[in-house]
Design a binder for this molecule. Structure first.
Ligand code: ARG
Length: 703
């Protein structure tokens, strides 16, 4: 009888729903009938006995879920990995199952007590024995997979469960004879679905609909050509019949109330052992270190959440809490991911949060050559706004020209390797580019707390998007900061949209420029056009700025302005000719504040100053942004996004827009230096100017 198929079952003498540890149990406490459960169990027992041998483990009082022997452990040959239940409600079953396995001659492997694994509920052999599918995400910890692979000497493929109704792998996944697979794809994350599709050819995948899934159609016992389950739709039965399987339905509704059905009630103890299958795991583990105000700044939470959201898992190995307000904490965290790709994704994000990948401290970054100018290698590391260092030949090299959405290009020079953030289009074939996330670290300032008071106040503003009530307070602080920067000879760059003019902000912005608060202006064709239209004709896009009503023929005004400036050759020449005497552009020319007008998609000009070559305009933006201490983004989403991408962390940014979505998008750089203000930009500028006046002459308004 050595090649007979055997199952382990446990009679439902003490079965009941006594607690809630999965969504099916909710509302079902003590709602199942023991008689009906016994009847259903016996029918299942009977059906299985027709096709295989059933061994029994004695039920134990007080352990109602012991009927679900799938969760006893995972058997291969004479080895068994015993379950480590996640929930205390089931942990008491462990010794009984262990005793049964030992009494029956198995070698029992036990995981560390803090590493949950729920046996064959979460681990299903390919029916041909080629590999083991192992689930994680709810009951089983990813870190158990490598140990299972080692003990059972098999290849483990990790699948992440994402729908809590399908908390065990066997509730939504059932390998069938001949390499077929019955499964419910939405229960898995995208990576796992990919993996399934790579291993199981399309013609062997039987994806089921939700209606069958919630009837536990995947929780089936497959014995050769027979598939035993609680219930299947006619369509599903037909699909299975088409590929040679016969469905036997046997109602298990009483057990559904506890979140289990046919497969859960059985443990297959004879799995095919193939001589040429050996331990193999793709699970990757890294240890990272993080240092900083991990708790106060919420960095540790963000890091740990991110690991799980991306499909990994973690264990905090060490946490050294900084006890004083000023002192920083240090955490050492072990991060696991089902494979290299997921790990790279997680690490890329963790590095952005300032984590250091400890083992890579001893490993260089991986560099790949640029084969085609302007095109990076596939896995190129996408840069962030944070100061970054790359490990090359054992040395940490600081990346120059830090910006977002670039690649790190490395060039060998006689004085050593030089690393630069470069846009894809600027990559040249003599360079190499960093791929993956190894040998990289970002330098997060840890001294944010200890900086002088004003900076702290600025960070207070950074705590979110300000709405009406807070606008004045925020304006006060920005005014203070602007003054400070001007007095120190610093640099403020303004990027502004035409709304600044339409909302009456022109005179205020002009004044900021005149009084030396602005060192560069970035915008498009429109802000300049409407600013000059207003200065010359009193309208902005044909609307009278005093009356607030469109003037007759006003829609032609801006074209007249464009034409006039074109005749003069440039805005500067227009000013020199004495024609333009006020406004934003006038002040820029008068006070030698450089400006860049980047393009126009409207075919109404453009001004001679407008740079229509967008690549040139982008480099001019970048040049004007160099060394900025603060950037004011005034009602222009796209110019602001461009500016944000070009700017490294550490530069203060103030984004003003009437649309909260724009403000949130722009101020969410994950850095405390950016602040969003949701308000009318004209109003904002008038408040700002008023506040600056107050700082200059505090008693003026009291008169
Ligand atoms: N009430 C049990 C639990 O939540 C049901 C187990 C079902 N078993 C299974 N292999 N899916 O643990």
């Amino acid at each position: 009888m050595t090649d007979a198929i055997r199952f382990l079952m446990c009679a439902p003498d003490h079965y009941d729903v006594d607690y809630v540890i999965n969504p099916w149990m909710e509302g079902n406490i003590h709602k199942s009938s023991r008689d009906r459960a016994a009847d259903q169990w016996h029918k299942l027992h009977h059906v299985i006995k027709d096709h295989a041998i059933v061994d029994l483990v004695a039920p134990e009082k007080g352990w109602p879920d012991m009927v679900f022997t799938a969760n006893a452990g995972l058997v291969l040959g004479t080895n068994v990995v015993l379950s480590r239940f996640l929930h205390p409600e089931r942990q008491g079953e462990e010794p009984y199952f262990k005793a049964w396995f030992e009494a029956n001659g198995y070698t029992v492997y036990e995981l560390p007590s803090d590493l949950p694994f729920e046996g064959a509920g979460d681990a299903l052999f390919d029916r041909e024995g080629r590999w083991l599918w192992a689930g994680y995400g709810f009951r089983t910890e990813l870190d158990s997979h490598p140990m299972i692979a080692k003990w059972l000497d098999t290849e483990v493929l990790s699948l992440r469960l994402v729908d809590n109704r399908f908390y065990h792998l066997d509730t939504c996944f059932c390998p069938l004879k001949g390499g077929y697979l019955l499964y419910y794809p939405p229960a898995f994350d995208a990576y796992s679905n990919h993996l399934i599709e790579r291993r199981v050819p399309a013609e062997k995948r039987i994806a089921i609909a939700e209606a069958d899934a919630v009837n536990f159609a995947c929780n089936a016992v497959n014995i050769n050509e027979i598939v035993i389950m609680n219930n299947a739709s006619a369509g599903l039965k037909q699909r299975l019949a088409d590929v040679g399987f016969t469905v036997i339905e046997t109602p298990l509704t009483e057990f559904l109330k506890a979140g289990g059905a046919a497969k859960c009630l059985t443990l297959r103890t004879t799995e095919p052992v193939l001589a040429d299958v050996h331990a193999r795991v793709t699970v990757q583990t890294r240890t990272i270190q993080m240092q900083g105000h991990l708790l106060d700044a919420g960095i540790l939470n963000r890091a740990l959440d991110l690991v799980v959201e991306r499909g990994g898992s973690f264990k905090v190995l060490n946490f050294n809490l900084g006890v004083e307000r000023q002192s920083t904490s240090i955490a050492e965290v072990r991060v696991s991911a089902p494979d290299r790709d997921v790990m790279e994704d997680i690490m890329t994000d963790l590095i952005e949060l300032g984590a250091v990948d400890r083992p890579t401290e001893e490993r260089d970054a991986v560099l790949e050559p640029v084969l085609l100018a302007g095109v990076g290698p596939d896995d190129f590391y996408v840069t962030t706004i944070y100061p970054t260092e790359v490990r090359i030949n054992g040395q940490w090299v600081r990346v120059q020209g830090q910006r977002m959405d670039g690649a790190i290009a490395v060039l060998d020079t006689p004085t050593g390797p030089v690393a630069r953030c470069k846009l894809l289009r600027d990559l040249t074939t003599d360079e190499k580019v960093v791929v993956g996330a190894q040998g990289l670290r970002t330098v997060r300032k840890v001294d944010e707390r200890t900086k002088q008071t004003r900076a702290e106040e600025f960070s207070f503003m950074g705590s979110g998007v300000s709405s009406e009530r807070r606008v004045e307070l925020v304006v006060e602080q920005i005014a203070w900061e602007l003054r400070h920067i001007r007095d120190q000879g610093g640099k403020v760059v303004v990027t502004a949209g035409p709304v600044v003019i339409h909302t009456g902000g022109s005179q205020h912005l002009a004044r900021l420029i005149r009084e030396g608060y602005v060192q560069a202006l970035l915008g498009g064709n429109a802000i300049a056009v409407h600013d000059m239209e207003q200065a010359m004709m009193g309208t902005s896009l044909g609307v009278d700025m005093k009356q607030g009503v469109p003037v007759h023929g006003g829609h032609r005004h801006h074209l007249k302005i464009i034409n006039t400036v074109r005749r003069h050759g440039s805005i500067a020449q227009f000013v020199e000719a004495g024609q333009l005497q006020r406004g934003v552009m006038y002040e820029c020319v008068k006070h030698q504040v450089p400006f860049c007008l980047a393009g126009s998609i409207r075919d109404d000009g453009p001004l001679p100053d407008t740079e229509m070559d967008l690549l040139k305009a982008q480099s001019e933006y970048a040049r004007l942004l160099e060394g900025a201490d603060m950037i004011l983004m005034l009602s222009t989403m796209l110019h602001s996004i461009g500016v944000g991408n070009m700017t490294p962390a550490g530069v203060k940014m103030v984004c003003v827009d009437i649309n909260p979505a724009v403000v949130t998008k722009l101020s969410d750089r994950g850095s405390i230096e950016s602040v969003g203000v949701v308000t009318d930009v004209g109003l904002f500028l008038s408040l700002l100017v008023k506040q600056l006046d107050q700082l200059t002459n505090p008693y003026a308004t009291a008169v």
